[in-house]
Design a protein around this ligand. Structure first.
Ligand SMILES: [Zn+2]
Length: 238
């Protein structure tokens, strides 16, 4: 089985990193695909330098999870709407042959995230159509799509994955995105306990999902098809 995560920026996978780690720990393959290298995600660091930093952070974060990484080469904050990204993802699916895709819900507010989520969702049908010709053969069956980012959509999650045993890995991977967990504009000596507060906020979210489904820590998703349950997404031991 192959799980493919489709995001916009390095660190987007932190929404679902426990599920990725759990999936890999159970003998499956995972690939994290990001549309950009996040070159606009800082106040002080110039784009090219930032892209290099965030590429390295992403590779280290993925290594902790046991996942592969690839970047689609779009510009941060300018991910294209519509056909272009969808066609790119058609070929990504045809090449990687995912069984499961995790991505943003198309109703989230941030444009890069929304566009990635919409294209990742729409590309799954198109990638499966043999008469839609590209350089690669059609990928069938369509992967099952799960949206994360439920708090931003006001929609109720219908799939919870218990990640209690993967929290250590999840946090270690999260912390690799050092450039993002800083109080931008403030010098190093004035950062104080900023990182600790970010980690506490991050941990709290998954403790809350855990509470909702009766485990210690969980990640929550909305299934596109609506007829899959957690045990079918991850038919594996703990
Ligand atoms: Zn993002």
């Amino acid at each position: 089985m192959h799980l493919v995560f489709v995001g916009a920026h390095p660190d987007d996978e932190t929404y679902a990193s426990g599920t990725i780690a759990k999936y890999v720990a159970n003998g499956h393959k995972a690939t994290i695909v990001h549309a950009t290298r996040g070159g606009k995600g800082h106040w002080d660091v110039p784009t090219q330098e930032l892209e290099e930093i965030r590429t390295k952070e992403m590779q280290e974060a993925a290594f902790v999870l046991g996942a592969d990484v690839r970047f689609l080469g779009y510009e941060d904050a300018s991910v294209p709407d519509g056909d272009e990204l969808r066609e790119t993802l058609v070929d990504v699916y045809r090449e990687l042959k995912p069984d499961i895709v995790l991505t943003f819900h198309p109703l989230v507010w941030r444009d890069d995230h929304r566009r990635v989520g919409q294209a990742a969702s729409d590309a799954s049908l198109k990638a499966s159509l043999p008469l839609h010709e590209t350089d690669l053969p059609a990928h069938r069956p369509e992967p099952e799509i799960f949206f994360f980012g439920a708090p931003m959509t006001k929609q109720e999650p219908d799939v919870y994955i218990d990640v209690s045993d993967y929290m250590e890995q999840k946090l270690e991977s999260f912390k690799k995105h050092q450039s993002q967990w800083q109080d931008w504009g403030k010098p190093k000596e004035e950062q104080g306990d900023y990182l600790e507060r970010v980690v506490e906020w991050y941990t709290h979210r998954f403790r809350e999902y855990g509470r909702q489904c009766g485990v210690l820590y969980a990640e929550a998703f909305i299934s596109k098809s609506g007829h899959r349950f957690a045990h079918e997404l991850l038919p594996v031991r703990r």
